[in-house]
Design a protein around this ligand. Structure first.
Ligand code: LR7
Ligand code: MN
Length: 576
């Protein structure tokens, strides 16, 4: 069932062969009473996002499965059970040298078995869950550019080792014009020896992960497409909960919890189940704490699937037909970035559901820096991809994107007419609807009076975040009219915010800090008086005032005098 080690690439101490699944392979078995089973599965499923009955699978296409066997640790082998690997001092130079190749500790990765064991990191409540006996098959699509051998093949082996065999249709590797020899013939030969069908496709030229995934998706013969990055490790029971959600509603797109594989030690570190995906004004994907609203919707059950406003993008399962129905990916996006938000907004706005299954855990090597080139420049490519997202999906809220990313106004977004037509054709809802219904906790304010710079009447200088982080002081500098750090929204909830930070004061005389917006008023509530032009802090009753002589860049809070030093202009004529 499992093949021998090949090509010298498997460590003799940790055989690349795993114990066989005893008994029968259910691969080709189709249940005759499948219809009844599906009906059973649907009972108790009342939480359709859509009105009425959720669209479900054609039951005759589902397969009976049994869990994959547990991968046992190998004594004496580095990194087993997900433990950290420490490099001896005398190999530190080599380690540093190798780190540069992929921006992770390649020396450590190469010491770990391709089949390393991991802990069962699931919540206890997950371990006892019973999933439908019939589930769809899935094809795994993994795209890569210059990926390391050990991380790529460990991803592949972790899929093979921890997926029910009957559900694993095939693994499709898409090489996006890598320049490393071992990813050529050696890889093709190696995969031939694997116990499941694994194919290697190649883009003709560097295409970026979005178009590479589209190429891979075209070849999928399973019913569900599961995308993974090329440096992942799937844990026990990762697949079943993903597929089970899709069976209940084929318009559900499901992500696992993405655990952290340390880029320094390759330690497997469990991520929080209380985190979901959001985004800031710059349209950077960000992890935020799950809202109380969503916890309540799940009746506090942390093992229940979590509705997430956005996804990280690399790891998810989607019904293949639905993938195309809903517009696959935007082919106009290059290299890296933005496609995850594009897909998240599209799913929610066009009547789908995006979830994190908190019972499914897959590790991913998070790294500090990208190891590869971005032909055309990383900044421009990402700005362009995100501008396409903003143009097609954000409606009037695209102003926030352009306001905080002055550079984005100068990039050529290309032709977005096809994507706009898709949005029309699918009769998708507005971004406002999304903010109101799916993401009320968003950092983009639903209603606001003003978006622009805030200028002191006396000194004519502008409030400025100075690129400071949450918890640091608000600053001021000369007005540059470009937005960015000088753009603020005055919201209906009385916040004055830049991106996800709000002006916040806790003492009578300040200082005024930038603090992550909490949306609860308190120290973050301000009243702008259009006649007096004062910005009054609600809690202290004091007014925002130009900086004292002592620190010319630090606005202060003082008793209101209504003088010019306390008057602020919220007027600008930027063209976002
Ligand atoms: O030109 C390229 N061609 C490729 O094939 C550039 C990249 N790639 C491959 C690359 O080899 C890798 O397998 O694409 C995959 C993703 O690139 P990474 O791993 O360098 O980037 P990342 O992990 O930061 O990517 C995250 O954001 C991307 C935005 O475009 C994608 O959505 C990735 O899939 C996504 N990864 C995850 O969601 C894992 C969790 C990270 C987070 C948060
Ligand atoms: Mn990645």
């Amino acid at each position: 069932f499992y093949s021998e080690c090949l090509g010298g690439s498997c460590n003799p101490k940790s055989p690349d062969s795993q114990p066989l699944i005893a008994g029968k392979d259910y691969e080709n078995e189709i249940q005759e009473n499948a219809v009844d089973e599906i009906q059973d599965q649907r009972n108790g499923v009342s939480e359709s996002h859509n009105q009425g009955v959720p669209p479900t699978y054609n039951p005759s296409r589902l397969k009976k499965w049994r869990p994959a066997p547990v991968v046992l640790p190998v004594a004496g082998q580095a990194g087993e059970k997900g433990k950290a690997v420490h490099i001896p001092a005398n190999q530190e130079d080599l380690m540093k040298e190798k780190f540069k190749l992929n921006q992770f500790n390649l020396l450590a990765s190469d010491m770990i078995s391709l089949n390393r064991s991991l802990q069962d990191v699931r919540l206890d409540g997950c371990k006892g869950k019973v999933y439908p006996r019939l589930l769809p098959t899935t094809s795994i699509v993994i795209v890569f550019h210059n990926e390391a051998w050990s991380t790529l093949l460990r991803t592949v082996w972790s899929v093979i080792n921890r997926s029910p065999r009957a559900l694993l249709q095939e693994i499709i590797l898409v090489d996006d014009a890598s320049e490393r020899d071992y990813l050529g013939a050696k890889l093709e030969n190696y995969v031939k020896s694997l116990p499941v069908p694994v194919y290697v496709l190649r883009t003709q030229k560097r295409s970026g992960l979005i178009r590479a995934r589209l190429l891979g998706a075209e070849k999928v013969t399973g019913q569900v497409i599961t995308f993974l990055d090329a440096h992942c490790e799937c844990t026990e029971g990762w697949l079943e909960p993903l597929l089970a959600r899709i069976v209940q509603n084929r318009k559900t797109v499901v992500c696992p919890i993405i655990d952290v594989i340390s880029d320094e030690t390759f330690e497997y570190i469990t991520a929080s189940d209380m985190t979901w995906g959001g985004f800031n004004w710059k349209l950077n994907f960000r992890w935020y704490r799950v809202s109380q609203r969503e916890m309540d919707r799940r009746n506090g059950d942390r093992t229940a699937p979590l509705r997430t406003p956005t996804m990280a993008g690399g790891l998810f399962s989607i019904d293949k037909e639905y993938f195309y129905e809903i517009g696959s990916y935007d082919e106009g996006m290059d290299i890296w970035g933005g496609e995850n938000l594009e897909m998240s907004f599209r799913i929610w706005q066009c009547d789908g559901v995006l979830e994190i299954s908190t019972c499914s855990h897959v590790g991913h090597v998070f790294r500090g820096q990208s190891p590869y080139t971005f032909p055309g420049g990383a900044g421009n490519i990402v700005l362009k991809n995100l501008a396409r997202v903003a143009e097609v999906w954000l409606d009037e809220y695209k102003d926030f994107y352009y306001a905080t990313n002055p550079g984005a106004r100068n990039v050529a977004v290309g032709d977005v007419s096809k994507r706009k037509a898709l949005r029309e054709q699918l009769k998708c809802k507005s971004f406002r609807w999304y903010l109101e219904n799916i993401y009320p906790e968003s950092q983009m304010p639903l209603d606001y009076y003003y978006l622009g710079d805030i200028r002191n009447l006396e000194t004519r200088i502008c409030l400025d975040t100075m690129s400071r982080k949450s918890g640091e002081n608000l600053g001021m500098t000369y007005c540059h009219n470009l937005g960015g750090n000088q753009v603020f929204a005055y919201t209906k909830r009385q916040q004055i915010m830049n991106d996800d930070n709000c002006l916040d004061a806790s003492g009578k005389n300040g200082p005024v800090k930038l603090v992550r917006c909490h949306g609860m008023g308190g120290n973050q509530a301000w009243i702008y008086d259009e006649i007096d032009k004062t910005i009054k802090h609600v809690n202290t009753g004091n007014c925002l005032q130009k900086p004292d002589q002592s620190d010319v860049n630090l606005p202060v809070l003082r008793p209101c005098t209504y003088g010019q030093g306390q008057q602020w202009i919220m007027e600008s004529d930027f063209k976002w």
